[in-house]
Design a binder for this molecule. Sequence first.
Ligand code: NAD
Ligand code: ZN
Length: 374
Amino acid sequence: MTATPDTVRLDLGPRSYDILVGDGVLADSGERIAAITRGRAPIVVTDANVGPLHLDTLNAAMVGAGIAPSPAITLPAGEKTKDFGHFQALMDGILGRGIERSTVLLALGGGVIGDITGFAAASALRGIDFIQVPTTLLSQVDSSVGGKTGINSPHGKNLIGAFHQPRLVIADTATLDTLPRREVLAGYAEVVKYGLIRLPGFFAWLEENGHRVVDGDSAARRHAVTVSCRAKADIVGVDERESGDRALLNLGHTFGHALEAATGFGQTLLHGEGVAIGMVMAFDLSVRLGLCPAEDARRARAHLAAVGLPVRAADVAGVEWDVDGLLRSMAKDKKVLDGRITFILAEGIGKAFTRRDVDADAVRAVLADSVTPA
Ligand SMILES: NC(=O)c1ccc[n+]([C@@H]2O[C@H](COP(=O)([O-])OP(=O)(O)OC[C@H]3O[C@@H](n4cnc5c(N)ncnc54)[C@H](O)[C@@H]3O)[C@@H](O)[C@H]2O)c1
Ligand SMILES: [Zn+2]
C-alpha cells in the first residue's frame, strides 16, 4: 500500500478534477470523498461481483473520515445492465432516497457501473455530482476519465447518454488483483492504444514491461495507469466534446465495434479484445495505403500478441465472419459523419491521425485478411 498516490489533473476550468492512482489509494481516500460530499454519505452504486470484493474497503475509508455509509445499490454485473430497464430501476432507487442537489453518487465498479451511474448523476435533478472508483483496468485507464456517460439501446451501444464529468476519480490498482486475467488483458489493449496514438516512448516501455502490468506488478501497473490517465486527460482537456483530437482515442474502435456487434457484445469477444484486433487492422490499413512503415505495424501486432491478446479476427474461436456484414456494420458506427466513416490511421507508432476518405477496397482487403487464419 502506498500513502501518496500519483495525481493526474484533468483541466476543464471549473469542472477540473483529480485522478488518484496507486496501490491501496481507496483505503486512504475517505477525506477526499468527504470533501466532495460535505461529510455526508454518497449513494454508492456497484455490481454483484465488485460489491462483495471492494465495498468494505470503501466503507472503511469513509468511516475513517467520519462518514456513516448508507447501503449500496447493487446492480447485476455485465453489459446487459446498461439498458433502460436497469437505468429506470437505478433512478427509482436513487430518487427513493429523497435526494437533494447536493447528493453525490459514487460508482464502484467497471465501465458498466461507471457509465450508468454517471448517466444517473447527469439526469437526477438535472445533474448532481458523482465520484468514479473504477475497478477494472479498462475503466481505470479509459472509461472513468473524460465524462462520457450513458447506456445502450436496441439500436446500438452507448447511443443514449450525456457528457457529465466526475468530481474525482480514485483508481486503486490493488482492486485489479481480483480481476480475471482475461479482463485485465482486455483493459491492457486500451493502455497500448495510448502508446500507439501519441506516446512512442511509452509503447517502447510497454514492449519491455507490459507483461509486468498484465501479471500484476504493482509499480508497473501504477505507471501504466498513470501515463494512460495523463494521456486521456490531456486529450479531453483540449477536446472535451470530441470535435477534434479526442477522436484519436477511437483507434481500432471502428473495426473493433463491428467485430463486437457481429459477436453480440458478449463474452465471445470482449471490447478490449475487439480493440486489439481493430488496432492491428488500423495499422495494416495504414501500411496498405502507403502511410505507415510495415515495421511499425509489425511491432504493434507483435506486442499485442506477446501479452496474449488476439490480433486477428480469425483468432476468435467459433465465429464465422462475414466481411460484407462487417463493412455494413462499420458504416452504421456512431463516428460516421455525412455517411463517411472516419478512420484513425497511423504514420507510425505514436503518430495517429484521422482520415475520412479511405479506399473501400483497401478496407475490405484488411478485413478479409483478418478473418483468414494466419
Ligand atoms: N465512458 C467511456 O468513455 C467509456 C470508454 C470505454 C468503455 N466504456 C464502457 O465501459 C464498459 C466496459 O467496461 P469494463 O470492461 O470495465 O466492463 P464491466 O464493468 O462489465 O466489468 C467487467 C467484469 O469485471 C467485473 N469486475 C469489475 N471489477 C472487478 C474487480 N476488481 N474484481 C473482479 N471482478 C471485477 C465486473 O463485475 C464484470 O463482470 C462498456 O459498457 C463500454 O461501453 C465507456
Ligand atoms: Zn475502448
